[in-house]
Write a protein that binds this ligand. Structure first.
Ligand SMILES: Nc1ncnc2c1ncn2[C@@H]1O[C@H](COP(=O)(O)OP(=O)(O)OP(=O)(O)O)[C@@H](O)[C@H]1O
Length: 574
């Protein structure tokens, strides 16, 4: 059954779309100029029960049998009025027997195929081919092809049979690409403008259906379906089914593209991480590369090293890297001076003789002896009690240790690496740290930069942690990546690692979002504007410095400010 709208001037408008707009504006499907007819006055739409008329707004006068209505079903033959214009819905049997529209099982088959392709990732070209085959099958098209349109460039991406090259320069394809809406031509012969179209001639078509297929940022495609002599024309119902499938296919393509992009991103990050890894440390920022060079140079020497950096920046990792690069055959023995009470540090470090204190039931070597031939790592050296510092000085200076309760010193060959987040010079000034010990430990100093000055390293480490977790999520949303880059990370790498680990457990999809990382910007406490501005300027200047490999001159040039300003913002004297 085909439906028509008979207009006041006797013209008949075929209702071939499921929704038809009526009004005085030229953009409407049915343009009516009569008193009382608004720009966009009414919509006619079709569902399983038939056609319904609906007023487009509260001031649009729509009447059925003289009664004003907002919404009213229309029987075939029913008249209704829009303003002063009277219209009638008429129905007629199609002149040619129609092809039975896709049976539910055929539609279901195509839908199932689409769904299964969502699960098994295929290349986009394969998905497009499958979409074309599915749509051509459901609409019982005699021919079908798919053209991609990128500017002037057109390309046949797939076809159900052989398709001459001339069809790509086709006015129907132009029309669909230009408007982004489908075109249904039930009877090509009746449309003089189309009768000579290359596709119609080359494929000997009697009826055509052309649909747009757009998948996110992918180039627009047109699905061209045709029927030949002997086949009935395409129907509006087939147009609807084809459009539904084309939308689904677009979704399928968009998802496939997203997954492909994500995989490519993960692959490239994996390669970047591999190239940016040095002895367990990850980072490709100039600051970290500089650190790697220093570790490489200092590793094989026997110089004592003082590692300075904020908490959680990776000082212990740097100490381990130095030890591995030292070639020393012994172990790296670590002690955290902040974690133990004074008496325990003493026993742990220096060892004791049997009976040295109550409970000392046997002789025991300390960590200093255990590091013989290797490295002694003294973490949080700033917290080493003053009373123990002189004993430690002897160890560092003389390379000998005396166990508690003994008088005989024992020779040890170890290298000392100490780490601290505290400014030891200030501790010396306060009398809390021995200056002579500082000189001994500070033969060379390594600065581990805070994470916020390492640029993209944040993302590399985040991806590495995610991979290590073996989580379902394989990446971060754009917003989450931006939030990670913008977060100041007061707890440095340790904070980053724990945030990502937690997010990996919480995230339910392929990508970790800002909410999973608990980094929503608006949850941060507000600070006075001046403070926020200063903090931002400092961070930005440091970032510029990091990107310019530490060159203040280059950073100044990149920021468009003078060299003196760079010093000023960094709080340094020039
Ligand atoms: N560059 C890096 N790449 C990857 N992981 C890192 C990096 N730096 C540190 N980590 C990880 O971050 C965590 C903290 O590092 P580490 O314990 O070495 O920091 P720290 O500066 O010694 O901390 P603290 O100041 O508390 O002693 C560890 O899990 C470590 O493996």
């Amino acid at each position: 059954m085909r439906f028509f709208l008979t207009l006041p001037d006797g013209r008949s408008f075929a209702l071939e779309k499921p929704v038809v707009s009526v009004g005085s504006e030229p953009a409407c499907d049915v343009v009516l100029s009569a008193p009382g007819v608004k720009g966009s006055h009414a919509l006619l739409f079709r569902d399983a029960r038939g056609w319904t008329v609906s007023a487009a707004g509260p001031d649009c006068d729509v009447r059925v049998r003289g009664k004003r209505v907002e919404l009213s079903p229309l029987e075939p033959g029913a008249s209704f009025s829009l303003g002063k214009a009277s219209l009638t819905l008429t129905a007629s049997e199609p002149e040619v027997a129609s092809v039975p529209s896709a049976t539910p099982s055929r539609l279901l088959g195509v839908l199932t195929d689409f769904a299964s392709r969502l699960l098994v990732q295929r290349p986009a070209s394969e998905l497009l081919e499958a979409a074309l085959r599915g749509i051509a099958d459901v609409t019982s098209a005699d021919v079908g092809f798919l053209v991609s349109v990128e500017g002037e460039r057109r390309q046949v991406l797939g076809a159900t049979g052989s398709v001459p090259a001339s069809v790509v320069v086709d006015s129907l394809v132009d029309q669909v690409v230009g408007s982004g809406t489908p075109v249904l031509v039930p009877d090509v012969a009746a449309e003089a403008a189309l009768a000579g179209a290359p596709s119609v001639l080359a494929l000997r078509l009697t009826s055509a259906l052309v649909l747009p297929l757009r998948a996110a940022s992918a180039p627009l495609c047109a699905v061209y379906l045709g029927r030949r002599l002997g086949s009935p024309p395409f129907s509006p119902r087939e147009l609807e089914e084809a459009m539904a499938l084309s939308s689904l296919a677009a979704l399928l393509l968009a998802t496939s593209r997203e997954l492909t992009d994500l995989r490519a991103q993960v692959d490239s990050l994996t390669q970047r991480i591999a190239a940016a890894t040095f002895e367990g440390l990850i980072g490709e920022s100039p600051a970290m590369r500089n650190l790697y060079r220093q570790v490489e140079r200092l590793g094989p020497t026997s110089l004592h090293v003082l590692i300075q950096g904020e908490t959680g920046t990776g000082k212990e990792e740097v100490a381990r890297a130095l030890h591995r690069r030292s070639g020393r055959r012994g172990r790296l023995v670590a002690i955290n001076c902040a974690a133990l009470p004074e008496s325990l540090i003493e026993r742990e470090l220096f060892g004791h003789a049997r009976g040295a204190f109550s409970g000392a039931t046997s002789d025991r070597a300390g960590l200093v002896e255990a590091s013989d031939g290797g490295t002694l790592f003294l973490d949080e050296i700033g917290d080493m009690p003053l009373t123990l510092q002189s004993r430690l000085l002897r160890v560092v200076q003389e390379h000998e240790v005396t166990r508690l309760g003994e008088h005989r010193p024992r020779k040890v060959d170890m290298r000392v690496i100490a780490a601290t987040h505290q400014p030891l010079k200030t501790l010396v000034a306060r009398g809390a740290f021995r200056e002579d010990l500082l000189f001994r430990l500070d033969e060379v100093r390594l600065e581990v930069p805070p994470l916020r000055e390492r640029g993209e390293d944040v993302l590399l480490i985040a991806h590495h942690v995610l991979k290590q977790q073996g989580a379902r999520a394989r990446g971060f949303t754009q917003k989450a990546a931006e939030a990670l880059r913008g977060h100041p990370f007061p707890g440095n790498v340790r904070e980053l690692v724990s945030r990502v680990r937690r997010a990996a457990i919480l995230a339910s999809g392929e990508l970790i979002g800002v909410e999973d990382l608990d980094l929503a910007a608006d949850t941060a406490p507000l600070v006075p504007l001046d403070e926020a501005r200063d903090a931002f300027v400092l961070r930005y200047v440091r970032e510029a410095l990091a990107r310019s490999g530490g060159s203040k001159k280059e950073a100044a040039r990149a920021l468009g400010i003078g060299l003196r300003s760079v010093f000023r913002y960094l709080g340094e004297e020039d």
